[in-house]
Structures are given as C-alpha cells and as structure tokens.
Design a protein around this ligand. Sequence first.
Ligand SMILES: [Zn+2]
Length: 236
Amino acid sequence: MDFQITAPQTLPLEANGHRLSISGKSEAEVYFIAGIPQVSGVAYQCAVCDERPAYRVTDTAIEVENPCPYPDGLTTAITLEVPSGKIIVTDDLRPIYTWDDAGLASYNSALGQAQAVHGMAAAGCAYGPVGNSCPGLYRTGPDTYVIARPGYDENDTPDLPESDRLAGIVTDLWAYSIADFEHWKSRGGDPDSLGWTDTVIDVTPGTYRFTHHSGERDFDHDAPGAVVFAHVERIG
Ligand SMILES: [Zn+2]
C-alpha cells in the first residue's frame, strides 16, 4: 500500500450550499494521504446545517458530495400566547424556561439555534439569538414590533426612533427572551426579582408570531443600517 503524502494544493471549494468558509474565500487546501483527500482551511461543520461534509476532489475543484438541506439558511417562526396582555422582555428567562439540547445540532450552527428557538417556544418563551448587539424591542404598528438594533448616522442619530423603543435587551446571554408575564409568574417568576434589564410592557392580548431571521443566509450582524433580528406581529 502506498502511504505517500502529496504536497498541499489550493483549489476552488464548491460547497454545494453549505457554509464552510472561514476566510470568506471559496477555496480550500487539499493534500492526499494514501490517496485519501484531506481538506483544510475550512470549517469542520457547516455553519447552517451542522453536517460534516464529505469531499470529492477533482483536478479542478474540491466538491462537497451532499447538498446543504438549507441553502438559504433558516427563517424560524414560532408563536407566543399572550392572554394577559403583558409581556416580560429581557435577555434570559432561564431557569423558568429552558430547552433540552440532547440530540440537537450544535448551538453554533443556524440549525441548532433554530432548534433552541422551537424548544423555548414549546416551553412558552419567545427566544432568539442576537449576538452581542444589545437590541431593543420597537413598536412598528398597532400590534407589530421588531427586535432590532439601530444603525447610526454620522451624528449618532439612530435610524429607529427612540420614541418607539419599548425595551432594551442586554446581551449577557446574546439572546432575547419574551414571555407572557402571568405565565412567567405562574411558573415561579418573582416580580420582586426584576431589575433594570427586565421590562414589562402592555400589549394587545392574543397570539403573536415571532419570525426570527439571524439564521438566514443573507443575514448580516454587522450591516451599517438597522439589523432586524425578529419581526413580531399579532395574528389572533
Ligand atoms: Zn449545510
């Protein structure tokens, strides 16, 4: 058997929809050990689907064999029941609301984060990752809101009106957590424990849909203008 190790070469990476690039360049290095390709310079797992890619190397490219199941990334929609007409808005509502991450994709992937969003929604909490952005909850209409961080012009004027900002969200957890205030209390939430990072606001009682965007392919945490992590609307 031939255990020859070849010199590394750089080839275009055809990622088949996966997000594997670390450098932002769509190329990778490959060398062969005993004819088996070893690919380096890229992530071990897709940042969206969390799969470890299987590579096929041709004379002209490094190709991933299986397509990414989420080539456009993930938009995650959940609903939150707010019968009380009061919501608590903060970064972290653990341990009252948690999700079980056993068997889930890595939280470092968009899929793992979408699974966390669904797990928290099943527990009764609208949750979503926001990076280290310190976003706010802004009113955009009678029963519509966004969770967003504003962009600023050269005079430090935000492009989302401060007058529409109902709550700020600190990012110790790099997430927002929103629940029906009475539901939270019924699970053991103590209103006397609330601090400056927690806001209770009045909304129209009903069912709210949260559409979370941070797992989408084109989502840009560093966009110069306002970055909308989630749209919130009353649907019933
Ligand atoms: Zn993928």
